[in-house]
Ligand binder design. Structure first.
Ligand SMILES: Nc1ncnc2c1ncn2[C@@H]1O[C@H](COP(=O)(O)OS(=O)(=O)O)[C@@H](OP(=O)(O)O)[C@H]1O
Ligand SMILES: Nc1ncnc2c1ncn2[C@@H]1O[C@H](COP(=O)(O)OP(=O)(O)O)[C@@H](O)[C@H]1O
Length: 633
């Protein structure tokens, strides 16, 4: 029977070992700290490897290994081909092993500094981190970074494995200096439980059994510690929380036609029939009628169990809601202070819309302010306007709907989130909610009696936002101006918002970096929306080079109200026109971040209208816009 499992076998293995307690841990350290050797040896020496695997390993070691004729334990973990080629670990590899007492899932996190995001991935579900250092080198910037990420992701237990003690003559003084320095670091980060263990992964000292080589150490060997440590699981305390994964609706063939069950995994507390509940974010109240598990009705359920709840009253509950204890419910908010670890290839830009997924709920979100970024090596706060790959920032988040949440430190399931790019659906950040911003609860919509429709009627027109986008000099202002004149002549009420003009006033504080353009467009979108609320036809003439911001603007308007017009002029033509001499300036290097030269322009993919300014005069193109507006297009 094999006892070292691949990812795919984990579920099956877990079923076989259901009665045993599970400890999830991550290992992290620098490339040369001997991490892979340590885990390989841990698996090997705990007799979880079997003969055929050992034979394969011996053959591999001779081919790829760095240990001559000896077995290279590092190869046990190097699942990815690329790792072998580069000699560094580049992704999280999960391994499963067990002892008589416990089963373990190890996420082996990369040491290379480019791969902080992989560590965050591994740490988000772990109970404990094993941080490796080389006894000869002591704490390195990576050690600090990994410890910071571990604390950010709520790990309350860290083992500092001081490896390669054999190479420092098993010297107590070396160990003591490192251990003291690390204890200070962990305490400054608020990590409550730290165990420092001196060991040699290569020699097997203090790995499985206590080593004779270091009689001065009277603590546990690594495996012994992992086997017995009692991890804090804060989720077990307090009122229960059930993020609803799916709703079982009544089936017409069902004997019990009123049956309505809410299924999910309990992420905190304990629930039993009769208990008062509140459904969030709406705040509807009821009581638990029944608690169902896979084997039928049960008397209660606790955090970690997958259940279905049946309530006494028929109330509206949908996927993404949180059912919680009526007398101890989480808060609801739509504005937060949060930490984010940026994993996107592009930059995080405040003001750009993302999807935020927290538990079973997905809502629209923007970073409304980037307060600072954190230097993960020193934990210093640095001023920043954006985040790059692997950077950590402290931000204000604004959601387009309120959600039930808890601070991450209290509950990882209701405080941990990811941000998803709206265009390509990739995960671009992992984050932790710290607290709700007070203003969220204190702001309300003020009702105004004269509504949008009434205003539009009194102006005798349908409000619209016509959004011209195109390169500088493409012809946006020229055409918008002609459209404005025509509408005016027809007795309609229009207004031109032109980039150049708005940048003289409202947006005077903004320049042409990506982050400033995002904010520029966010503001003008909001202004355009207010103007359509007032009943106007708004002609927005901004380069608006990014798809994401045009999409955000569109989302502010009702169906059919937002009309995107791509003023399609080839770069060479716009540059030849060079109305304001800006292209020449940019080519000389006197105007940085110029669109089309050293700042991107993302052409629309589905504009309502595309105007080719090289094939028709401006007047004719303006006429096409008017025709579209009047429904004659
Ligand atoms: N670096 C750089 N890049 C692009 N444009 C620049 C730059 N510096 C100044 N200008 C002038 O600013 C006008 C564009 O402002 P916008 O607000 O429309 O730009 S954006 O939508 O925020 O990208 C633009 O006006 P138009 O030529 O009418 O498009 C330029 O005149
Ligand atoms: N078919 C056309 N449509 C719009 N502008 C044109 C056209 N053909 C030539 N032009 C010229 O191109 C220039 C466009 O400048 P402008 O409208 O200020 O562009 P933008 O506002 O996009 O920067 C103007 O000088 C305009 O006369």
């Amino acid at each position: 029977m094999t006892r070292v499992y691949d990812d795919t076998d984990i579920a099956a293995a877990l079923r076989r070992h259901e009665h045993k307690d599970l400890l999830r841990f991550i290992t992290c350290g620098s490339v040369d700290d001997g991490k892979s050797t340590l885990i390989g040896r841990l698996l090997h020496d705990s007799k979880r490897l079997f003969e055929d695997q050992l034979a394969a390993l011996a053959a591999d070691s001779r081919r790829h290994g760095t240990q001559g004729e000896n077995i290279d334990y590092a190869l046990l973990l190097d699942g990815l081909a690329a790792e072998r080629e580069q000699g560094i670990t580049i992704d999280v590899a999960y391994r499963f092993f067990d002892t008589e007492r416990r089963k373990f899932i190890v996420a082996d996190c990369p040491g290379h500094e480019q791969y902080t995001r992989n560590m965050a991935t591994g740490a988000s579900t772990a109970d404990l981190a094993v941080v490796l250092v080389d006894a000869r080198k002591g704490l390195l910037p990576q050690t600090r970074r990994h410890t910071y990420i571990a604390s950010l992701l709520g790990l309350r237990h860290v083992v500092l494995a001081v490896n390669k003690m054999d190479l420092v003559g098993y010297d107590f003084a070396v160990f003591e200096t490192i251990a003291n320095e690390y204890a200070a670091l962990a305490s400054s980060l608020g990590i409550p439980h730290v165990q420092c263990i001196p060991l040699s992964a290569l020699q097997g000292d203090n790995l499985i059994e206590r080593s004779q080589a270091m009689p001065w150490y009277d603590g546990p060997a690594l495996l012994e510690y992992l086997d017995t440590v009692q991890v804090d699981r804060v989720e077990a305390e307090g009122g229960f929380r059930l993020p609803v994964q799916w709703v079982q609706r009544p089936d017409r063939r069902d004997a019990d036609r009123d049956f309505r069950g809410y299924a999910g995994t309990l992420v905190a507390g304990r629930v039993a029939p009769g208990g008062a509940v509140v459904v969030l974010p709406a705040g509807r109240r009821s009581r638990v009628a029944r608690v169902l598990g896979p084997e039928g009705a049960r008397e209660s359920a606790v955090a970690g169990q997958a259940i279905m709840l049946v309530l006494e009253d028929e109330i509206d509950v949908s996927r993404g809601d949180v059912i919680a204890a009526g007398d101890d419910a989480p808060e609801v908010s739509d504005q937060f202070a949060a930490h984010v670890l940026w994993m996107g290839e592009g930059q995080l830009l405040p003001g750009r819309p993302y999807w935020l997924k927290l538990g079973t709920r997905t809502v629209g979100a923007t970073v409304s302010a980037l307060k600072h970024k954190v230097d993960v090596d020193t934990q210093a706060s640095l001023a920043a306007t954006h985040l790059d790959l692997n950077e950590v920032g402290y931000v204000n988040l604004s959601l387009d709907q309120a959600i039930a949440f808890e601070p991450y430190a209290k509950n990882r399931a209701l405080g941990g989130f990811i941000l998803i790019d709206r265009i390509d659906n990739t995960t671009v950040a992992a984050g932790t909610l710290d607290f709700a911003l007070r203003r969220a609860g204190n702001l309300h919509w003020q009702h105004i009696d004269v509504d949008r429709a009434t205003r539009a009627r009194s102006l005798g027109q349908a409000p619209r936002c016509v959004w011209f986008t195109g390169l500088s000099g493409s012809g946006k202002s020229t055409i918008a101006n002609l459209v404005d004149r025509r509408l005016q002549a027809m007795g309609l009420h229009a207004f031109v918002l032109d980039g150049d003009n708005v940048r003289h006033g409202l947006n005077r504080d903004l320049g042409f970096t990506d982050e400033d353009r995002v904010e520029n467009l966010r503001r003008v979108g909001e202004v355009a929306r207010l103007m359509t609320d007032a009943g106007l036809i708004v002609l927005v003439s901004f380069i608006s080079p990014f798809r994401a911001e045009r999409r955000t603007a569109r989302a502010l308007f009702g169906e059919g109200e937002f009309l995107e017009v791509f003023v399609d002029t080839p770069m060479a033509v716009a540059e030849a026109r060079d109305v304001k001499g800006l292209y020449a300036k940019a080519r000389r290097g006197d105007l940085p971040n110029f669109t089309g030269i050293d700042s991107p322009y993302e052409a629309p993919e589905a504009a309502e209208l595309v105007l080719d300014t090289t094939s028709a005069p401006a007047e004719e193109l303006a006429e096409r816009v008017v025709a579209m507006l009047l429904g004659r297009g």
